[in-house]
Design a binder for this molecule. Structure first.
Ligand SMILES: [Zn+2]
Length: 213
């Protein structure tokens, strides 16, 4: 694969560049001023995403504060991701996907069982990825909060009904985030195979971090 298109438009020096396999967790620190680009390599891949402040991980991403402050339920270019203390953690500086979700939550073995039947109990899920990624740093179930789903399409009907439908994303599309404070980024490259959020076929993503500038 030609790597260059994925770097287009990035100005700072590349300090980290990784392919995250399908179904895998990924965690990395991003310092204030640095930019994280997440690329949906093959299209229609939900990327479940949590943020913790590096200085004190009791401060973390808050979907409620973010939605209330921007008076909109979708994340787009210009959205500021706020912490539970109301402080900016990251800003969506650019995305070529129409909007992203932060109300659909993360898939779990338990929710799979309820939604799709008991035979799905042993299937891998985002909650396991989040717990696995956080475990090495002493964080556990009480540190799980409502997450972001980059590239996932969760439309809200007039009566408030949520859907999980075919994605708006396509191969090579991306979202770009500038850190406004030092943060720990925790990703679950969603393993879900029972609904269209990953096109029923989880695929790899690419994460690129660039220096300020
Ligand atoms: Zn998932």
């Amino acid at each position: 694969m030609d790597k260059n298109p994925h770097l287009e438009g990035l100005t700072g020096q590349v300090i980290h560049d990784e392919i995250v396999p399908a179904r895998a967790p990924w965690m990395h620190r991003v310092k204030a001023g640095e930019t994280l680009r997440v690329i949906d390599l093959e299209g229609n891949q939900a990327v479940d995403f949590l943020l913790y402040a590096t200085a004190d991980d009791a401060e973390r991403y808050s979907a409620q504060d973010t939605i209330a402050a921007q008076a909109n339920i979708f994340l787009r270019t210009g959205s500021v991701l706020l912490s539970n203390e109301g402080r900016p953690m990251m800003t969506v500086t650019e995305t070529n996907v129409a909007y992203h979700d932060t109300i659909g939550g993360a898939c779990s073995c338990e929710s799979n069982t309820l939604r799709y039947g008991h035979h799905t109990k042993s299937q891998h899920a985002c909650v396991d990825n989040f717990l696995h990624g956080n475990a090495a740093y002493g964080r556990n179930k009480r540190d799980m909060v409502s997450n972001i789903n980059w590239f996932m399409n969760v439309p809200v009907d007039d009566d408030g009904t949520l859907g999980i439908v075919d994605g708006l994303s396509a191969p090579g599309l991306h979202v770009e985030l500038r850190a406004e404070m030092d943060v720990i980024v925790l990703i679950s490259n969603c393993p879900q195979i029972n609904n269209p959020c990953n096109g029923f076929d989880p695929t790899p993503i690419r994460t690129i971090i660039t220096a300020a500038g």
